[in-house]
Design a protein around this ligand. Structure first.
Ligand code: TZP
Ligand code: MG
Length: 223
């Protein structure tokens, strides 16, 4: 079976999933960094604010990212909220991303309805296939390598990317995540990945926009 033949839906063109992470970007600078990720060609944008509760994320987004939903719409890029379905609804986001311990898809759908994108973090082949069976719109698969962005979780390596890409990635987008950088992107792609999430290596880049553009260009060549 072809490994990534997804040609329809809001994530079809999304090869690079960008994340605005409060661990790396000052809140005052978030709008600027978001526009660099979008100008560089990120095809999805998530707000990730670990250590914030739902109220905190809502306040942060309202104060510092009021123009972001419109900017994402202009670029035709889905805007995703990490962890909090109710915040995603309140902000009029396009989706929400949840982890393994954040309950079932059915429970999230009760909050966000049937239209919103819902993604799941997965850390094994079984979890990836389970998320597809449950009906998630996309998955993150990793961390491939240990990463300071997600402390306390071991790297799962590159061995299982291909089987996940072939069994899950033919139905829903699979974004490989965790320690992916411009330096190892070629290896990650050679291991079967077709789409990636990159957090720190882009947010800490000297020129976020041009680094993003280079990654997107490498991803385009691989498909
Ligand atoms: N989930 C698995 S790894 C990870 C998340 C949110 C963090 C990835 O960040 P980085 O900086 O690209 O390694
Ligand atoms: Mg979570």
């Amino acid at each position: 079976m072809e490994s990534d033949t997804i040609t329809e839906g809001p994530l079809a063109q999304a090869k690079l999933y960008g994340i605005l992470d409060t661990g790396y970007v000052e809140v005052e600078n978030m709008m600027h960094v978001a526009s660099q990720l979008l100008e560089g060609g990120a095809g999805v944008l998530q707000l990730r604010a670990k250590g914030y509760d739902a109220e905190g994320v809502l306040a942060l987004a309202r104060k510092h990212l009021a123009d972001l939903p419109a900017l994402c719409r202009k670029h035709q890029v889905p805007f995703i909220i990490n962890d909090f379905p109710d915040v995603a609804v309140a902000l009029g986001a396009d989706g929400v991303h949840i982890g393994q311990d954040d309950g079932s898809l059915a429970a999230v759908r009760q909050v966000v309805g049937s239209e919103m994108l819902v993604g799941r973090s997965t850390h094994s082949v079984e979890q990836a296939q389970g998320a597809l069976a449950e009906g998630f719109d996309y998955i993150g698969f990793g961390p491939l390598f240990p990463t300071p962005t997600k402390q306390g979780r071991p790297g799962i390596g590159l061995e299982n990317i291909r089987v996940v890409q072939e069994t899950v990635g033919c139905e829903i987008p699979v974004f490989c995540i965790g320690g992916v950088k411009p330096d190892n992107l070629e290896l990650v792609l050679a291991s079967g990945a077709r789409r990636v999430v990159i957090v720190s290596a882009l947010l800490l880049a000297e020129d976020v926009q041009s680094s993003t553009r280079e990654v997107v260009s490498s991803l385009g060549e691989s498909s």
